[in-house]
Design a protein around this ligand. Structure first.
Ligand code: SAM
Length: 205
């Protein structure tokens, strides 16, 4: 992992992911998380403060060791016991049907082999288990889509693999998960190319 990904990205993500509109979304979409929880793409741990009171322990993972260093402080300060691991979400070392909830924030945009990661999410969820997601992706407006396609190659470089053009809902449904609640919206304070949000809960039947 190079200097940019290991040193600059953690500083950048810790700032840009900690803005009020994103935190408002975290507050909303994490409300119903329960049971045994796995969070993929933990980053610097910004979701931690927004888990419901009843969550006492979670397993988290990320591939970036630089982000992991920054997450440590949040983990130490949290009331939740966190088992934080350096792992790739594309291949999970967990049993089938192990988790009640899997959580992801602004991560489905970045995972290289997203189909594989979502198949893994489906595999490790118990039947009836829920995938809680909040991400940005391709807009429903043709004009914005055009700009997203234009900026995508640059975004992939500066955002460490982040895509602006993913059809997040379609990708989740292709994995076999069924949408239980869902909404698209533009996030306040974020350019439309980067702030078309896919947020909801998908269930393993
Ligand atoms: C934009 S950050 C979001 C971090 C955090 N979820 C948040 O909301 O602040 C995307 C995260 O996905 C992680 N990531 C990308 N590919 C991954 C993979 N294959 N497995 C696990 N994490 C991955 C990155 O290292 C980064 O921490």
């Amino acid at each position: 992992m190079g200097f940019y990904a290991n040193v600059i990205i953690p500083i950048l993500f810790d700032k840009v992911m900690d803005i009020e509109p994103i935190n408002q979304a975290r507050r909303e979409y994490l409300k119903e998380v329960s049971g045994k929880v796995l969070e993929i793409g933990f980053g610097t741990g910004l979701n931690l403060a927004f888990y419901p009171e009843n969550i006492e322990k979670i397993i988290t993972l990320d591939t970036n060791t630089g982000l992991d260093r920054k997450a440590k402080k949040r983990i130490e300060e949290s009331r939740i016991e966190v088992d934080n691991r350096i792992l790739n979400a594309e291949t999970l070392p967990f049993e089938n049907d192990e988790f009640d909830s899997v959580v992801s924030a602004m991560t489905l945009c970045s995972i290289k082999n997203i189909d594989s990661a979502l198949r893994e999410v489906h595999r490790v969820l118990k039947p009836g288990g829920k995938f809680f997601f909040m991400d940005h992706g391709i807009s429903s407006e043709p004009k914005i889509r055009k700009w997203q396609k234009f900026w995508n190659p640059v975004q992939k470089i500066i955002g460490d693999g982040c895509h602006l053009t993913r059809e997040i809902r379609e990708l989740i449904e292709t994995s076999g998960l069924k949408m239980d609640s869902f909404r698209n919206y533009y996030m306040d304070e974020v350019p439309k190319t980067h702030g078309f949000i896919y947020q909801g809960i998908a269930i393993k039947k």
